[in-house]
Ligand binder design. Structure first.
Ligand SMILES: NC(=O)c1ccc[n+]([C@@H]2O[C@H](COP(=O)([O-])OP(=O)(O)OC[C@H]3O[C@@H](n4cnc5c(N)ncnc54)[C@H](OP(=O)(O)O)[C@@H]3O)[C@@H](O)[C@H]2O)c1
Length: 288
């Protein structure tokens, strides 16, 4: 088994490295954006042809949801064209792909958790490109595994938890959206599951949903982070607002809860609750 982790300097990519080197050391190669730009077809082809990889775990993506509304071409180049190119090469060179997608492929009008067979109706450029990446992958490399996740955070990179912690010491009011519901997901837990999947006795292709257990609004999540990090007064003062109060370029689903029944049943995994996961992530972050 010889793994390639692309986008290895992003939050999921860095968690993948930690988990892989702890559980199956020495079998993985890690390439960040600077080392391998996935939109450079020739470079990717040359790199993969020389690599003899059995699996590619594609953590690379264009993830700037609001900026994508303006940078449509750049977003599609990474989330669609680069994924199609990997899928084409997977067939030619015989490696398997684990790829990641998002709850933003849905429109958020459900009132029960989305299953893998629910119809995607993305509302943003980012969501549209992630869905197009999924269909390209399924069409060109049907042996691939696609894991849809949501509200990803980590001790690495920039994310909602880090933003809230930065604002904890301010005096300015903290206004946080209370009408978008989802499941915060610790990228380290997702990385553990990816390794479980790679090491499973059988390869089961298809789409799977993975988030941490439990649901929250962004408001709930912000309050929990502040309480846990030792800012109870700041937590009590968080102001709940609606999505309509916030000017954002991209629309986001109001309800983004994903059903995890398929991934749990297929790979026999237990998924930690988001609150316990968030506590583990905070414990890992350097205290300032
Ligand atoms: N973050 C979330 O809340 C969230 C939610 C649902 C699903 N997801 C999905 O989960 C996966 C991992 O997300 P993440 O949060 O770890 O993202 P991230 O932290 O933004 O990392 C993405 C990485 O991809 C790299 N990248 C961008 N363009 C590239 C290119 N052309 N070639 C090679 N690498 C490139 C980026 O490098 P640069 O920074 O140098 O460009 C970055 O290191 C993605 O598929 C994402 O769509 C994320």
């Amino acid at each position: 088994m010889k793994l390639l982790i692309t986008g290895s300097n992003g939050q999921l990519g860095r968690e993948m490295r930690e988990v892989l080197e702890r559980r199956v050391p020495g079998i993985s190669t890690y390439v960040g954006h600077e080392e391998l730009d996935l939109t450079d077809r020739t470079a990717v082809e040359t790199f993969l042809a020389a690599g003899d990889f059995t699996h590619i775990i594609n953590c690379a993506a264009y993830t700037a949801v609001d900026k994508a509304e303006e940078e449509k071409m750049q977003c599609a180049a990474v989330n669609v064209d680069a994924v199609s190119n990997l899928a084409r090469l997977a067939d030619e060179l015989g490696f398997k792909i684990v790829h990641f997608s998002t709850d933003y492929v849905f429109d958020g009008n459900n009132c029960r958790p989305y299953t893998e067979s629910d119809k995607p109706e993305p509302m943003s450029v980012y969501g549209v490109t992630k869905r197009r990446g999924e269909t390209a992958l399924i069409g060109l490399s049907p042996e691939s595994i696609i894991i849809r996740t949501g509200w990803l955070y980590s001790s690495f990179g920039s994310n909602f938890v880090k933003t809230i912690l930065k604002r904890a010491k301010d005096t300015a009011p903290l206004r946080v959206v209370a009408d978008q519901i989802g499941s915060p997901t610790y990228a380290a837990d997702l990385a553990e599951t990816v390794v479980d999947i790679i090491l499973a006795p059988h390869w089961t292709p298809g789409i799977f949903h993975y988030t941490n257990e439990g649901i929250a609004s962004w408001y709930d999540f912000a309050v929990a982070v502040l309480e846990e990090a030792g800012y109870p007064e700041r937590a009590a003062a968080v102001v709940p607002i609606t999505s309509g109060d916030l000017v954002c370029a991209a629309s986001r689903p109001l309800y983004g809860v994903l059903s995890k029944a398929r991934i749990k049943a297929t790979f026999n995994i237990n998924i930690p609750h988001w609150h316990a996961a968030m506590r583990r992530c905070l414990a890992k972050m350097p205290q300032e």
